[in-house]
Ligand binder design. Sequence first.
Ligand SMILES: NC(=O)c1ccc[n+]([C@@H]2O[C@H](COP(=O)([O-])OP(=O)(O)OC[C@H]3O[C@@H](n4cnc5c(N)ncnc54)[C@H](O)[C@@H]3O)[C@@H](O)[C@H]2O)c1
Length: 272
Amino acid sequence: MSGRFDGKVAIVTGGASGIGEATVRRFHAEGATVVVADIRPDAIDALAADLNGDRIIGHRIDMIDTAAIEAMIAAVTGRCGRLDILVNNAGIGSFGAVTDIDLAHWREVMAVDVEAVMWASRTAMPHLEATGGTIVNVASIAGIGGDYGFAAYNAAKAAVINLTRAMALDHAPRVRVNVVSPGLTRTPLATGLTDNPAIMAAWTDGLPLGRPAEPAEVAAAIAFLASDDASYINGHNLVVDGGGIAHTGMPNFTRILDGASHLDGAESLVKR
Ligand SMILES: NC(=O)c1ccc[n+]([C@@H]2O[C@H](COP(=O)([O-])OP(=O)(O)OC[C@H]3O[C@@H](n4cnc5c(N)ncnc54)[C@H](O)[C@@H]3O)[C@@H](O)[C@H]2O)c1
């Protein structure tokens, strides 16, 4: 693989699992020194050991702690002398309508999924301006539309998408800021969905490629936006969902009208 990130320093929050881990592996394979910023030291150590500790810096952090974010970025820039890429990927899920969740839960989701993105970006910005660096945020298709029972998560991810746009304007031309919005991705966060046959059966029409994404497929999009291949892309929301939100939500009549050809089905459904 080419060294698109040779000599560069990247921080990946939530880098010890799922999409973050795949992003760490991708940056590392393409030459970067990568900081794995995560709340789980065991998972950080396992990943660092797997990559032989070479160009990998583990940093245990709870991203809701703003002072810890400042200390991390100071430590990284002090040790490495530069910062080129920040991937704000750490996130937590949430389930419940507004009548199901309390304020403490709402604030926790906002703290991890939104405030940490803002504070890490704010703290990293002078260093990214110095290197002509870039930020890639990780939102979700849940930030583009509403879902049943995902009120806090929908709100948080929509905030990340629009925060991305605002930062992309404010910090151009020195720093590009983009966001990736994955659809369902096979990670530990989503096993409650991907491992539930009833849920996956109901999801058929929302997964045109017939399966969830693999973390490496989302990491490839993050790496693209972080690379010079995306040098004129700024403020963009790159949806990586296999075509899921290409769907309006209308039922799949061609499947319901089983046995009829597409044209036969259309004849009975659409007045001309
Ligand atoms: N998996 C999906 O289907 C999916 C879909 C769309 C968006 N996303 C988003 O992708 C991102 C990564 O999710 P994932 O699916 O890889 O999940 P994951 O649970 O596999 O990984 C998330 C990582 O973030 C870390 N983390 C959580 N809270 C933290 C905190 N307070 N401080 C530091 N680290 C923390 C966890 O320890 C974990 O290693 C999240 O922002 C998530 O909302 C995931």
